[in-house]
Design a protein around this ligand. Structure first.
Ligand SMILES: *[C@@H]1O[C@H](CO)[C@@H](O)[C@H](O)[C@H]1NC(C)=O
Ligand SMILES: *[C@@H]1O[C@H](CO)[C@@H](O)[C@H](O)[C@H]1NC(C)=O
Ligand SMILES: *[C@@H]1O[C@H](CO)[C@@H](O)[C@H](O)[C@H]1NC(C)=O
Ligand SMILES: *[C@@H]1O[C@H](CO)[C@@H](O)[C@H](O)[C@H]1NC(C)=O
Length: 307
């Protein structure tokens, strides 16, 4: 109010004096109010003057000014000599009473008559939209995230187990602080949520948002199932691999090294070969200890080692 008073005097100083030509400019028409979710705007059709910039100034009159202050008008500072054809009057509409609004045009030294809003505007007629919401199932927790619409807004949240609409539960949310916990869910059924905005100063509610349903997601059992499935897959894979390896080695054994029964005479005693292999391994390990053994000595050593 005090700001508006200061503005009143400022505007009075800034605004050009009335001239004889003021009737030449037509008053703004189609003056109307756009009001959604307690945000109010006055709009009007532009006044067109060839080759000149037209500016507009807006004033309002509340019940108090109308009835107790000689029907005086209060200029809206933010909307004095503006070029836009819209004025944000949200701050000025501070009570749920009937307001009158008017706007006039200025172009150079010329000024129009006031164009006045037809009828009064009361903020209780603001159109309220349902809140934007997101329903979340965090494990067994039923959560809801609501759009922050400002301090004047509260939310009435309804939630229920699907099929049990008669046992609907209600939660009034006065302050939107990130995510709101509604309930702990049972595994299985869907849980549904809808919400409406409520504005206490006008005692009005919006319609309800579209219902959103979610189901409990058991994070722990999901993890367990995943773990079980992956270990099962692993075991099957390991078994298959082992089986295939055995099969393959058998095939190779049969195709490359058939276990044919050799005649007795062809049966050579393997020991010397084994021993040679053994010693060659030692040679590989220790290059400096090269030993060349006579075959008789080797046979004797082999017997010593194996027996
Ligand atoms: C007022 O609005 C109507 C319809 O929206 C439009 O036809 C008319 O031209 C407007 N008046 C002015 C002065 O712009
Ligand atoms: C209201 O108008 C009357 C007469 O028109 C005048 O005497 C009075 O001083 C005015 N009051 C204010 C607050 O302007
Ligand atoms: C109008 O004014 C209100 C209150 O100051 C503000 O919250 C809102 O954001 C403004 N709207 C625009 C479009 O600037
Ligand atoms: C709000 O409106 C409801 C009807 O819609 C009414 O029953 C209730 O008494 C009102 N509350 C207040 C505080 O005016």
């Amino acid at each position: 109010m005090s700001l508006n008073l200061i503005c009143f005097f400022l505007c009075a100083l800034i605004a050009p004096d009335l001239t004889d030509e003021d009737a030449l400019l037509s008053a703004p028409q189609n003056i109307s109010i756009l009001s959604t979710n307690m945000k109010h705007y006055l709009t009007w059709s532009p006044v067109v003057v060839q080759g000149e910039t037209v500016t507009y100034s807006v004033e309002f009159q509340g019940e108090y000014e109308r009835e107790h202050v000689n029907e005086s008008w209060i200029p809206i500072c933010e909307c004095s000599l503006i070029t836009a054809t819209m004025c944000n009057i949200t701050e000025d509409i501070s009570a749920s009473v009937a307001y009158n609004l008017r706007v006039r045009a200025d172009a150079g030294a010329r000024r129009s008559e006031w164009g006045t809003l037809k009828g009064f505007f009361n903020r209780i007629t603001t159109s309220l939209t349902p809140p934007l919401m997101k329903v979340i199932a965090d494990g067994y927790h039923l959560l809801v995230e609501l759009q922050d619409m400002g301090p004047a807004f509260q939310f009435c949240v309804l939630y229920w187990k699907k099929g049990q609409e008669s046992r609907m539960q209600q939660k009034m949310v006065k302050e939107v602080s990130s995510v709101i916990h509604l309930d702990t869910m049972e595994a299985g059924p869907d849980y549904c949520v809808k919400a409406q905005t409520y504005v206490e100063v006008i005692n009005r509610s919006s319609s309800f948002s579209q219902t959103q349903c979610v189901r409990a997601q058991d994070g722990r059992s999901m993890w367990l199932v995943t773990a079980l499935i992956s270990s099962a897959v692993f075991v099957v894979a390991a078994l298959t691999l082992t089986f295939l390896t055995l099969k393959t080695s058998k095939i190779f054994q049969y195709s490359c090294c058939p276990a044919a029964v050799l005649p007795e005479t062809l049966k050579v005693s393997e020991p010397p070969t084994k021993l040679i292999l053994h010693s060659s391994e030692e040679v590989e390990q220790c290059d400096l200890m090269v030993q060349v053994m006579p075959s008789e000595e080797a046979v004797r050593l082999w017997f010593q080692e194996t027996l």
